[in-house]
Design a protein around this ligand. Sequence first.
Ligand code: SF4
Length: 316
Amino acid sequence: MSEQICLFDTGPTTPPTPDIPPTLTPGPVPDLAQYDVILVNLSGGKDSQVALAVTMEAAVRAGVAHRVVCVHADLGEMEWAGTAFLARVHAVANGVTRFEVVRREIPDGNGTRHETLLQYAQRRRMWPSSKARWCTSDLKRGPIHRLYTRIVAEIDPVRIGRAVRLLNVMGMRAAESPARLKLAPYRHDAAASNGRRHVDTWLPIHAMSTEEVWERIYASDIPYSDVYDSTPGARDRQGMSRLSCIFCVLSSRRDLVLAARREPELADRYVRVEQEIGHDFRYREPMSAIREEAQRQTAAAHARDLLAELDLEPVG
Ligand code: SF4
């Protein structure tokens, strides 16, 4: 979320065609002064943390730092504890005064209620997948688009006599995956635009390597998520390789097993839903098998700790 990581799809990756209106400014990077609002998506993860810092530097240079707004798509208990708070810290530490939290809401009686990914999967009786990323579209992109609508109404296209110009900023990088390598770092978002708003997307750290991202984070005094480390404060990056939903359908097996070791009760709930809906969390990779491996590793670690305490040599 990215993203956090969240792995937002950014839509078309091909250069603009005559049918697709171009970006507001020619590029290759946007002229931030041309936008009414610069909306930075914060997942609480390392990439959005640095994307915000880079965006703020550019916004200060352009004299429009006051137009930067941050948004966090809250995944509730599906994301690591403290993630929404950390995203807010990132916004405040960069001098951003408006921080919005959005989440998926569904009708409930006369009102609405939050629906988590786990509840949604249970209701749909299926998990998302790399080919069917309804989790991203319905739990992140949809709620963020509703924020677009709210912001546009505040500015009021009728009052200003033109469509509101929105720049959507995300932390995706080419080094993350072949799919992200193909993303255009600055492009028009026709799907999110309409008569009332012109939306462009900018990926300010698309060309940055993972090491460069970490160098920037270490050089700043701004805290980063401790899920990346083996233990909080270790600064060893031996924890999760990505910040995403705790159990993300796109994660590596190593990350999923580590997540199940760190959040065994949530893993139990995923296993129960998996059994109830009769659909494996991933193709040929059920959550029950991930939990089993996590339990095996946890038991082995406890045995090693016990031997160390007793100062005994392992047998055999
Ligand atoms: S499961 Fe992964 S891809 Fe889906 S919303 Fe969560 S982090 Fe994004």
